[in-house]
Ligand binder design. Structure first.
Ligand code: SAM
Ligand code: SF4
Length: 324
């Protein structure tokens, strides 16, 4: 389907929970955020109903996110439920990887197509200060296991001067000998992310080229999003750059978001959207849901306004509540 501005919308990011087993400094405060009562979270069956309605409208790709999606029980079963929906071609997940070694076999068996694993540093000490937890070895294991399982793997890192500014080359090197892509995502000034020093992707590329020599733009398509990819000589995987701040790509935005409490969110930056939970719980059928979703998508904002002044319609949730 297209939105009110003619953009094709074929992708939904579904947050399964606002809870997380890490406390990344750019995403969550140290004490966490007040969790939503369990009864406010959509059930797996309700999530499946929303995705089935969205699939009727042409949404064909679902990304499971959180909080940390794998702290939600039944994640693998949900993958199977979503893959069974006519029209859903791809179900993928973004995870911090901590629980992935344990959950991966069931996820793959149920049809998970690809996984994005967030990892911002390979240094155990920096990992501890950045995530306020010490499970770096589990994340490294998750990456190895996901590659071995034969699904598409991307490692996502946020370049932040205070934490990994001097070690971006080590992260990139994960793509040297393994068939995975490493992507650098510009820090967005949302919630906790406002207090840190982002490194723009032009500068990240400059630092990586100082380590590895010139990169070559790679024209192929890899996944659902706006990443721009480059090859490096001798590297098995590609390096990707998602530059939401320095090169706004809202004109090609193809996505909507469903929060764990059932709010259909039209843009990461704004609180525009429509609550679906009550509709789901008062027995709305797939056709009715599809109608409501279609109408909402027509009002999707044209672009974010991260550099602009504060306005009442800006979203003040943390990234863990929104789902990234
Ligand atoms: N817990 C999972 C994970 O970390 O992959 C899924 C949820 S997390 C909110 C999704 C993505 O959002 C992660 O890759 C994380 O690095 C990213 N993220 C969190 N806060 C961000 C910020 N302020 N700017 C840019 N990306 C952010
Ligand atoms: Fe948790 Fe992901 Fe946020 Fe880190 S980025 S605190 S892993 S939700």
């Amino acid at each position: 389907m297209t939105d009110g501005k003619g953009r094709i919308i074929d992708y939904i990011r579904v947050s399964l929970t606002d809870r997380c087993n890490l406390r990344c400094v750019y995403c969550m405060p140290a004490q966490g955020v007040e969790p939503e009562p369990y009864e406010n979270l959509l059930t797996l069956e309700e999530i499946t109903r929303v995705c089935a309605a969205a699939a009727r409208l042409g949404i064909s790709k679902v990304k499971l996110t959180g909080g940390e999606p794998l702290v939600r029980k039944g994640c693998a079963a949900l993958v199977g439920m979503l893959k069974a929906i006519p029209g859903i071609r791809e179900v993928t997940m973004t995870t911090n990887g901590v629980l992935l070694p344990r959950e991966l076999p069931a996820l793959v068996e149920n049809g998970l197509d690809a996984v994005n694993i967030s990892l911002d540093t390979l240094d155990p000490e920096t990992f501890r200060t950045l995530t306020r937890c010490s499970m770096e070895e589990d994340v490294r294991k998750a990456i190895r296991r996901a590659v071995e399982a034969g699904i598409r793997v991307k490692v996502n890192a946020i370049p932040i001067e205070e934490y990994n500014g001097q070690s971006l080359g080590e992260l990139a090197a994960l793509a040297k000998d393994q068939p995975l892509d490493v992507r650098f995502i510009e820090l967005m000034p949302i919630g906790e992310g406002k207090h840190l020093t982002p490194i723009g992707n032009e500068e990240v590329r400059r630092r990586l080229e100082a380590d590895y020599g010139p990169m070559t733009p790679w024209e192929g398509k890899r996944g659902n999003g706006p990443a721009v990819y480059y090859s490096l000589p001798g590297f098995t995987g590609k390096l990707g750059f998602i530059s939401a701040i320095s090169h706004e790509f809202c004109g090609e935005c193809n996505r909507v978001r469903l929060t764990s409490t059932g709010f259909l969110k039209l843009c990461l930056h704004y609180n525009d959207g429509i609550p679906l939970r009550e509709l789901l719980r008062t027995g709305a059928g797939e056709e009715e849901l599809a109608g409501v979703i279609q109408e909402a998508i027509q009002k999707k904002p044209l672009h974010h306004n991260f550099g602009g002044c504060e306005t009442p319609d800006m979203d003040h949730h943390t990234m863990s509540q929104i789902g990234g």
